[in-house]
Design a protein around this ligand. Structure first.
Ligand SMILES: Cc1ncc(COP(=O)(O)O)c(C=O)c1O
Length: 395
């Protein structure tokens, strides 16, 4: 019997033992990039897409697949594909719509700043133009869809940073009539508030980094769709290669388990904070769909989970200057002055200097993102403590 050297033993020892007859209650993290079969023919069939299985982690990984299955359930889709970030997910969803040189996109004006950068600075090099519309003016958007028949419509359910609400059923219906694909970024709402696929959207995208993972410790993205639209997305993930690592996928999946609980608390807290801010003399205006002063409050009440309006709000200081906004952020003691949203702790940012700094000052001014605007992601702490912190920082 040939005895292997320590060089060989150290490479293979402890791997690929007999199959256990037990099963862990929580799925493991599969770090393996390569997957083996008793018969190499099977490996080749998996690679050729003729049978289910895993061959190479960029094409599919069991830990990532568990996250994708969970997301498909939560967003009522036929399947999902996970990505390394929300931006990678948006990029892939746009390309999966079959964009060709010369096509044009109609996009909501009120979008995450880096999504704008993608549309305005990256896609034009591929011969793709974007036109921005005020998504809350439903009739104008419907007219633009009918006249221009774009390849796709891109919008956010609750927009970043002004919390505008899109009339998804009306827009989806108009888009369907003219053969336009609809991509919805549901990051702010999460499937707790609304499931765009149920309203007829084609692709739903998320930054997993936010509410879904929820703890500010993982970066990721995901696209969910009906079964028939999944193949181009899966191929793009394999070719572009921006897939999450198994640790990230596992953390995001674990975050999902408490999504509904966290969202319930985020929504309750945000409603209290918005109400309080609206009465404060140093605050000129609060943007929160749960307030009756919000221009689309009725629409939000019709579209979102009853009694819940999300955990995000924005507010305008009466002083209206960047100095006043940044001064307030520097005085915060509980709320974290940081660039993200949707996690357990409350986070505040100044859109003009962070999420929307890629827009020109003229564009920001025209689109209502003023120097005195602050965005607050209300966490799951006790609402009274969040309000106390705002009170001392405003005072
Ligand atoms: C609405 C929205 N979509 C997408 C993204 C991009 O996500 P990621 O940072 O995971 O790439 C963000 C990030 O803040 C966002 O706010």
């Amino acid at each position: 019997m040939h005895e292997q050297s320590i060089f060989t033993q150290s490479v293979h020892a402890g791997e690929r033992g007999p199959r256990p007859d037990y099963e862990p209650a929580v799925g493991p993290i599969h770090h393996s990039v390569v997957y083996l079969y008793d018969d190499v023919e099977r490996l080749h069939q998996v690679l050729a897409g003729q049978r289910d299985g895993y061959a190479y982690s960029r094409n599919g990984n069991p830990t990532t697949a568990a996250l994708e299955q969970a997301m498909a359930v939560l967003e009522a889709g036929g399947g999902a594909v996970a990505f390394a970030s929300g931006m990678a997910a948006i990029h892939a969803a746009l390309l999966a719509c079959g964009l060709e040189r010369g096509d044009h996109i109609i996009a909501a004006q009120d979008l995450y700043g880096v999504t704008h950068t993608l549309l305005q600075q990256v896609l034009p090099a591929l011969g793709l133009r974007s036109r921005f519309v005020e998504v809350e003016r439903t009739e104008q958007v419907v007219a633009a869809l009918e006249q221009e028949r774009p390849r796709l419509l891109l919008l956010e359910t609750l927009s970043n940073p002004l919390l505008k609400v899109a009339d998804l059923p009306a827009l989806v219906e108009a888009a369907r009539r003219v053969g336009t694909r609809v991509v919805v970024d549901n990051t702010f709402a999460s499937p707790y508030l609304l499931r765009p696929l149920e309203l007829g959207a084609d692709y739903v995208v998320h930054s997993l980094t936010k509410y879904l993972a929820g703890h500010d410790d993982v970066l990721g993205g995901v696209v969910v769709s009906g079964k028939e639209l999944l193949p181009p997305l899966r191929s793009l993930a394999q070719v572009l290669g921006a897939v999450p690592g198994p640790n990230e996928a596992w953390l995001a999946h674990r975050g999902l388990k408490t999504l509904a609980l966290r969202m319930r608390q985020h929504c309750q807290n945000a409603a209290r904070v918005a109400d309080w801010l609206e009465k404060h003399p140093r605050v000129e205006r609060v943007y929160y769909p749960g307030l009756s002063s919000h221009p689309q409050h009725q629409l939000a009440a019709r579209l979102l989970r009853p009694g819940a309006f999300g955990g995000m709000l924005a507010f305008e200081l009466a002083a209206r200057t960047a100095e006043a906004a940044i001064g307030l952020m520097n005085r915060l003691r509980l709320i974290l002055p940081g660039t993200s949203l949707g996690c357990i702790h409350s986070l505040m940012l100044h859109p003009a200097c962070s999420s929307h700094r890629g827009l020109s000052p003229e564009q920001r001014a025209a689109w209502g993102i003023s120097e005195g605007l602050l965005r607050l992601s209300v966490g799951i702490e006790e609402a009274g403590d969040i309000i106390a912190d705002l009170e001392q920082a405003l005072g």
